[in-house]
Design a protein around this ligand. Structure first.
Ligand code: CP
Length: 309
């Protein structure tokens, strides 16, 4: 079984077996692409449709497709399209699908937007982030990075700190971790940004988790600290954002005080939650994590398009 022709709307569209297979394929592609670009995707088109800003997700999907020998069409700025005249998401997706794209990568602020797009498109739809709900390929690259560093995902203690309420990467990562054995998750956030009930409900029977407010208590014996940005754009009231702005900062002092040396990951972009002074530490792996996105997304595109990679 592989993912040929499938939509990827949620992390639950992957199984543990899919993760391991895609990790291996990403490793193979890393080696092959070091020598030369491939031509396996020749004649295929990937369309990126981003209703919200992005650097990493849009570009890494684009680089992945180009390195596989395919072509990329970008929907461009929403303001320059007929969305600005009131065209609906589903009509927009129907049009792109009708032009003959082979895969659609969609980011949208509305929860469930990718599910809706997948219902109307014949081409497979990959969710590149829908509101606060999910970002499944971010979780794929997060776990690929973990697997590359530790050689495993089972048995690890993972702290997830920051905006667990509005962030979509913490929910997708938690769902993904819940498929592995003997993992412990520590959710570290002020009460108003703690992990959503719906996430706790979906992972409760599968993974051990604990809630914390104080990072010093939580991080001492962690294997991984996954840091996230406070999602200013998703707060209903600006004053609520200012109550929590800058509440956590991962810096040398915190790591020394806690006598902690976890691997530090971040989906990026960061604002002020990781001090640049730790960028040079051997356990700061967030830029490497972002680069891994190209290979694991190339592996995913290859499977969805039914290509030999
Ligand atoms: N991690 C991530 O989704 O980054 P972008 O918003 O830049 O795509």
């Amino acid at each position: 079984m592989n993912l040929e022709g499938k939509d990827i709307v949620s992390v639950f569209d992957f199984s543990k077996k899919d993760f391991y297979r895609l990790f291996q394929k990403a490793e193979g592609l890393r080696e092959k692409l070091r020598k030369r670009p491939l031509s396996t995707s020749e004649g295929k088109v990937l369309t990126t449709v981003f209703f919200e800003p992005s650097t990493r997700t849009r570009l890494s999907f684009s680089y992945a497709m180009l390195k596989l020998g395919g072509k990329v069409v970008d929907f461009g700025s929403v303001a320059a399209t007929s969305v600005a005249k009131g065209e609906s998401l589903t009509d927009t997706i129907r049009m792109i699908d009708g032009y003959g794209t082979d895969v659609i990568v969609l980011r949208h602020g509305l929860e469930g937007a990718s599910r809706r797009a997948a219902e109307v498109a014949e081409a497979p739809v990959i969710n590149a982030g829908d509101g606060s709900r999910e970002h499944p390929t971010q979780a794929l690259l997060d776990l690929y990075t973990v697997w590359k560093i530790f050689g495993k995902v089972d048995g690890l203690r993972v702290g997830i700190i920051g905006d667990l309420k509005y962030g979509r990467t913490p929910s997708s990562l938690s769902y993904a971790l819940s498929m592995f054995d003997d993992v412990q998750i520590r959710f570290i956030a002020p009460e108003i940004l703690q992990v959503r009930e719906e996430v706790k409900k979906r992972i409760r029977s599968k993974v051990d988790f604990i809630l914390y407010k104080d990072p010093r208590e939580a991080i001492r014996d962690l294997d991984i600290l996954y840091v996230t940005r406070i999602q200013r754009e998703r707060f209903e009231h600006e004053h609520e954002y200012h109550r929590v702005k800058g509440i956590y900062k991962i810096d040398k002092k915190l790591l020394e005080e806690a006598e902690a040396k976890p691997i530090i990951l971040h989906p990026l972009p960061r604002v002020d939650e990781i001090s640049p002074e730790i960028d040079g530490l051997p356990n700061a792996r967030y830029f490497e994590q972002a680069s891994n996105g190209v290979f694991v997304r190339a592996a995913l595109i290859g499977e969805i398009l039914g290509l030999e990679t």
